[in-house]
Design a protein around this ligand. Sequence first.
Ligand code: FES
Ligand SMILES: [Fe+2]
Length: 342
Amino acid sequence: MPFLRNAWYAAGWRQEIDDKPVARRILDEPIVIYKGADGAPIALADRCAHRFAPLSLGKIDGDSITCPYHGLTFGRDGRCIRNPHGKGQITSSMSVPAFPTRVQNGMIWIWMGDKEKATQCAPLAYDFLDDEGFTIIHGYLHVQAHYELVTDNLLDLSHAEYLHPFIAPPGSYANVQYKAVEKDGRVTAYHSMPNAENTPLFKLLMDESVRRIDGRAHMHWEAPANMMLDTGAIPVDPPDAASASTPQTHLLTPETENSTHYFWSFARDRMRNDASVSEMLREGITNAFVNEDEPMVRAIHERMGGKALFDLSPALLPMDEAAVRARRVLARRIAEEQSAGA
Ligand code: FES
Ligand SMILES: [Fe+2]
């Protein structure tokens, strides 16, 4: 299936762009991202117009970048602004595609489709990432699998007790109340855990007297593959302890048909100034994903042998509803875009 092009994709955390260009393949196109004179990110095709050298190996000067091979210089709109050869003539063939970018909530977003349409919509807002009431950690993971398989994994929390027994003890999913809701192109997988035993995560964040909680994990998906996970715990026993909230983003951007950039963030409103808690959370998230989710999703991708999910007639279980709905919404959006383009 082609990629959805008219959409904002997460391209990198703002801190990643410093004084060096960053090379990142997005929707199977090589892109160079660098910081312009005003600090805003500039994104160009990472392939010089002359002999296709990677501009990401070149030098930045203000808004421009100079090719490391024969020295053509390109401006922020991708047009050549300096040719050190011959009479220095500049022709229209000496330009590279430029891509609109935005910075929002600490994330650099890139638009890979029709530039006119980029001005008609904004990247998704995740304002809790700018809320001073939260401490935020964030990171990047690389997944060797199709991005929709990573979406499937994130929308289905029932795998946790099998794949992550240290996070979700065996039998814990039996107490989860699950509901999938699709509204205005947005799909939410609601997981509610009423009057449940407190979990290792919330034991870390809440008062140690809290034994039982009303837990929630509501995963909100929007096309193409951006998710916000609203997780939190309200104490039931004792009822007067403080609650805890840990909203997260899980933003997926296809690198190729076979690999995915995964930008995650995790916010917390408890134990906010404890650096060791940040470190434990970072290690826990990275470990679960790198050692448990990623190998599983990669193995599934390999077993599917490049075939589309529904062509393989998968057996579907109740907790697949959100992922199936998300796949259908995305397929519809891509089909609409393709037919408009045609
Ligand atoms: S390849 Fe870039 S100037 Fe020749
Ligand atoms: Fe997982």
